[in-house]
Design a protein around this ligand. Sequence first.
Ligand code: SAH
Length: 236
Amino acid sequence: MRRLLLPLAACFLTAASERAFDREIMVLTIENIAATAGPTGVRRIDPAVVQAMRKVPRHRLVPEGVRAQAYANRPLAIGYEQTISQPYIVALMTHLLDAEPDHVVLEVGTGSGYQAAVLAELVRQVYTIEIVEPLAARAKQQLAELGYRNVTVRAGDGYAGWPEHAPFDRIIVTAGASHVPKPLIAQLRPGGRMVIPVGRTSNTLDLTVIEKDRSGRLKRRKLLPVAFVPLTRSRG
Ligand code: SAH
C-alpha cells in the first residue's frame, strides 16, 4: 500500500514545502498507533469493519470544503462546530462494538452520517439521532443518495435514546458524555454492548465499553483516552 501511495502523492504535490500537511498526517498516524495499540489490546481491526470502511465513500458524507482530506487519518470539521472522528477511531469504535449482521444498532451523534453508513454495511438496521437539525437533515439526504435504506435518521436529543425501537443490540455514542445516560443503559438489550466516550470534560474522555449480561448486570471497561465534541442536551 505504501509503495502505491507515495508516488501518487508525489504526482499531486511537487514542492517540498507543500508536503507539510502530508507529514502532519504521517506523524499523527504514528502517534495514534503508538498510543493505542498497547492500551486497547486491539492489534487487528475486524476484517468486516475494514471492508465496510473500504466501501463507504467518506468523501460524499463530509462537507465539500474538506473533501480533499476525507481519507486522511484525522478528524474533520463538518460545520456547526462539530467534527467527524478520524478514520482510525471510527474503525476502533466499530470493532469494539462487535456488531453482527442481524443486529439493530442505535447511534447517538449522527454528524456527517459516516459512522452510520459504516454500521449500515455491517448490520440489519441503524437508528441514528442528531441534535443539530441541519446536520441531521444533511446526513439523511446524503445517506439516501448513497442508497442506504437501513439507516433511519432523526433530529433530537439522543440522551433519551429512541424508546420506540428499543431494545438495541448495540449502542454507539459518538459525542463525549460526562456520564452514561440512564435511558441508553435501559434501552440496551441484555447481552448487548455500548461503546461511548465518557469523562468529566471533552479533554479527559475515556473510550468506554459497557456490556450488559443476560441477567442485566453491567461490566465497564475503559480502553483509551480520546477527544470528542461534547454530548449536549436540549433545553426543556
Ligand atoms: N458519528 C459522526 C460524528 C459525530 S460528531 C460522524 O460519523 O460523522 C458528534 C455529533 O454528536 C455532533 O454532530 C453533535 O451535534 C452530536 N450530538 C451532541 N450531543 C448530542 C445529543 N444529545 N443527541 C444527539 N446528537 C448529539
